[in-house]
Write a protein that binds this ligand. Structure first.
Ligand code: FAD
Length: 434
């Protein structure tokens, strides 16, 4: 199994290189090139052939196929057991690295797959169709941790950590604390300069991947007198003295994904492990979470699609009542069609947000809208899917009830639904205020 999946990688990277060199539009008309020249142009879309929002490039299409195969063969047989055990199977984590799914955007020189942001979205969505827990591991690692290094890391930090992150070491993004969730920049963890580095004291709550991770991005305040402008991002490793995992949470959903409390007791960080500039941590966190929200949107649309497919296959092929398949009743057909419509509408927002980001345009409102709608649709559709399957939807034999439990987190992490609404309304109010 693993070797056949590994065998897909050379084909993927060859195609990836080929499709980048043999672009179908002249280089000067790529979004990036147009943006560079954008000041003289009226719009960054000028000259670009418009394509349907779901149209994937050849390399994204190949990635989708290989992730789907990996999900079906390596993840699906383990989903129920991982949920019951509330832990991630090591073989799945190893498989994610083998497939190149933990360094999707990492440049090939650092051992990554060298693909674009939309490719990461495709992979996150495809994994969630089978297991939203595996999907969030890939999502947090790629869209928050790896991106932080790629965007803000020094050359030394990139050379030291990106090859590890792409091939063997999982990462965590540590912002939330017991007293600071939605109000993230009220964080209390402090970093004090000492010798050639910093000493960090404090704790973090609800940190995804913590049990599996080796590398942690920790946000701490170096000068609380400056308020949020003292927040700085630091890189810690699991084996640094003073770092500990205090507790692993037991959860309603995404139970195979680890969520932990971390403690820092005089955790020493050498000064070369400051990510970017001191005092700029809040800006980095905002920027990264904006991107991350598109990833959560993709996790939620993948989940909704997985729940919908699981249920309609049962309703149209397996269960008969009153002499016909239960899915042949118009009352069921209409609900199933409406649910699929809702999923496609949410997917359109997710892919539009990803393409907008990839084009280099402002995508904050698009990301907030995508995450909000996708999590609402995931909750609604996965709940309906349980009902469509009747008793079979409710028992833990299948996956219907799990998709529903897993959907709830979409309205909470990387900004609750109210926080997304707040972001959307702030942007709109600015546009419509004289
Ligand atoms: C499974 C899981 C994984 C997570 N992973 C990570 C991680 O890897 N890294 C990390 O840093 N954090 C992580 N988090 C934390 C997550 O981002 C926070 O839980 C989230 O931001 C909400 O914060 P809170 O839980 O403190 O809720 P609160 O901020 O206390 O909010 C509670 C309720 O109040 C509402 N509310 C709060 N403020 C306002 C307002 N101004 N206007 C309107 N309504 C408001 C919220 O919408 C919500 O409904 C994770 C959480 C969970 C549960």
């Amino acid at each position: 199994m693993a070797s056949s999946l590994r065998a897909l990688r050379p084909a993927l990277s060859t195609l990836s290189r080929a499709s980048r060199t043999a672009a179908t539009v002249p280089r000067t008309f790529t979004p990036a090139a147009m943006l560079n020249a954008g000041r003289q142009m009226r719009s960054y879309t000028e000259g670009i052939a418009h394509t349907p929002v779901f149209q994937l490039t050849e390399e994204e299409e190949m990635l989708k196929e290989s992730v789907s195969k990996f999900s079906q063969e390596a993840v699906l047989p383990r989903v129920r057991a991982m949920d019951e055990a509330e832990s991630m199977d090591k073989a799945v984590v190893e498989g994610l690295f083998e497939q190149g799914l933990m360094g999707i955007e990492v440049e090939e020189e650092y051992g990554g797959s060298g693909m674009g942001f939309t490719a990461a979205i495709v992979a996150i969505e495809e994994l969630a169709r089978v297991d939203p827990s595996v999907s969030v591991m890939c999502d947090v690692h790629n869209t928050l941790v790896v991106q932080a290094f790629r965007r803000f890391g020094s050359k030394t930090l990139k050379e030291k950590y990106l090859p590890r992150l792409a091939t063997e070491s999982c990462g965590s993004f540590c912002l939330s604390e017991p007293a600071s969730g939605s109000d993230a920049f009220a964080l209390q963890t402090k970093a004090v300069k000492k010798g050639d580095g910093y000493v960090i004291n404090g704790s973090k709550m609800w940190i995804t991947n913590a049990m599996e991770s080796e590398i942690f991005i920790i946000f701490a305040n170096v000068n609380p007198d400056l308020g949020y402008k003292g927040i700085t991002a630091f890189i810690a490793e699991k084996n640094f003295p003073g770092f500990s995992i205090a507790k692993k949470e037991k959860k309603l959903g995404i139970r195979a994904s680890s969520t932990c409390v971390l403690n820092f007791d005089d955790l020493y960080i050498p000064k070369e492990n400051v990510l970017g500039e001191e005092g700029h941590g809040y800006k980095y966190a905002i920027g990264l979470l904006n991107e991350g929200r598109i990833g959560i949107g993709a996790q939620m649309t993948g989940l909704a699609l997985g729940a919908w497919e699981n249920a309609v296959k049962y309703c149209w092929n397996e269960r008969k009542q009153f002499g016909r398949y239960i899915g042949e009743n118009q009352g069921m057909q209409f609900q199933m069609a409406q649910a699929r419509l809702d999923i496609e509408a949410a997917r359109a927002l997710v892919y539009n947000a990803a393409r907008t980001k990839a084009a280099g345009a402002n995508f904050q409102m698009e990301a907030a809208m995508a995450k909000l709608l996708a999590s609402q649709v995931a909750g609604k559709v996965s709940g309906q899917a349980v009902e469509w399957m009747g008793g079979m939807g409710f028992v833990r034999e299948g996956l219907a009830e799990k998709f529903w439990r897993d959907s709830k987190i979409g309205a909470i992490y990387e900004g609750t639904s109210n926080i997304q609404l707040q972001t959307i309304s702030k942007i709109l109010q600015k546009q419509y205020t004289n």
